[in-house]
Design a protein around this ligand. Structure first.
Ligand code: KIV
Length: 269
C-alpha cells in the first residue's frame, strides 16, 4: 500500500510540524508487525524498552538489556521500510558519557537504529551532546520516565504542580537547544504539552499528553487491546470493533493524522 512512500527523515518530520501534519508513531518489536506498521502509513517506529513488559512479561522496563534492544531493533529494521527507526537506550546503558556513546553506536551499527531515545532532562545534557557529536541523532523523553518509576513512586501523571511543570518545560527547552531531533512527552497535562509543542521547534510526540503534540505514540500491544491489566486513560483499543490488525493500525494512523486521537477523555487536564 505505502511501498512507494519516501523515507521518513528528521527534516521531513520538522516539515510536517511546520505544516501542521500530525506524526504517527507506534512501537514495534519484530519484523512482522514492523511491516504492517509500514503498510499502514506509520511515520516513526519506536523499538521501545516497553518490550520488557509487553514481550518479556517483566513488571517494568528496568531489566531490559542492550542485547535485548539490539535483537528486537534488528528484527524491526529488516521490515521497517520507509519509517524512521528510533530505538530506546535501556536502563543503565547511558550512565556515563563513554558508556552512552559506545552503547548507542551498537544500537546503530548492530540494531539499525537511526535515532536513539533516552529518558531525562538537563542532567542528560553531557550524554546528549556527546551522542550528537558522535553523529547519533537523539530523541528526548520527558514527563513520566518509566526507567525512573521507582523514584517517581509509580506510573503517575507528571507536571501537575507548577514547580514540576516549570521543570519539565525548562528541560524541554534545554534539550531542544542542545539539538535533539524529537521529544517524547509522556503523561503530562495536555495544556503543558501544548505549550511546549507550540513554543519549541523540535517535533513533540505525545503519549498521555493530549492532542496538541505534533504527533502521537502508543505501545502496540495497548493499541491492540492485548496488554494485560488495567488500561490507562490515554490508551484506545483500535482493534475493538475492527476485524483485523491492519484495519486497527490504519484506523490509528487516520485518527492521529485527523487529530481525532487522543480525545479529551484520553488526556489529562
Ligand atoms: O518504551 C516505550 O514504548 C516508550 C513509549 C511509551 C514512548 O518509551
Amino acid at each position: 500500500m505505502n511501498e512507494a512512500r519516501p523515507e521518513v527523515t528528521l527534516a521531513g518530520l520538522q516539515a510536517m510540524k511546520a505544516a501542521g501534519e500530525k506524526i504517527a508513531c507506534l512501537t514495534a518489536y519484530d519484523a512482522s508487525f514492523a511491516a504492517r506498521l509500514a503498510e499502514a502509513g506509520v511515520d516513526v517506529v519506536l523499538v521501545g524498552d516497553s518490550l520488557g513488559m509487553v514481550v518479556q512479561g517483566q513488571d517494568s522496563t528496568l531489566p531490559v538489556s542492550l542485547a535485548d534492544m539490539i535483537y528486537h531493533a534488528r528484527a524491526v529494521a529488516r521490515a521497517a521500510g520507509p519509517m524512521l527507526r528510533v530505538v530506546d537506550m535501556p536502563h543503565a546503558s547511558y550512565a556515563s558519557v563513554e558508556q552512552a556513546v559506545a552503547n548507542a553506536r551498537r544500537l546503530v551499527e548492530d540494531g539499525g537504529a537511526q535515532m536513539v531515545k533516552l529518558e531525562g532532562g538537563s542532567e542528560m545534557l553531557p550524554v546528549i551532546r556527546a551522542l550528537l557529536a558522535a553523529g547519533i541523532p537523539v530523541c528526548g523523553h520527558l514527563g513520566l520516565l518509566p526507567q525512573s518509576v521507582r523514584r517517581l513512586g509509580g506510573y503517575r501523571v507528571q507536571g501537575r504542580e507548577p514547580e514540576q511543570a516549570a521543570r519539565i518545560r525548562a528541560d524541554a527547552e534545554v534539550l531542544a537547544e542542545a539539538g535533539i531531533g524529537l521529544l517524547v512527552l509522556e503523561c503530562i497535562p495536555a495544556p503543558l504539552a501544548a505549550a511546549i509543542s507550540r513554543d519549541l521547534a523540535v517535533p513533540t510526540i505525545g503519549i498521555g499528553a493530549g492532542a496538541d503534540c505534533d504527533g502521537q505514540v502508543l505501545v502496540l500491544h495497548d493499541l491492540l487491546g492485548i496488554t494485560p491489566g488495567r488500561r490507562p486513560r490515554f490508551v484506545r483499543d483500535f482493534l475493538a470493533g475492527r476485524d483485523s490488525v491492519p484495519a486497527a493500525l490504519t484506523a490509528y494512523v487516520r485518527a492521529v493524522k485527523a487529530g481525532d486521537f487522543p480525545g479529551p477523555e484520553e488526556a489529562y487536564a
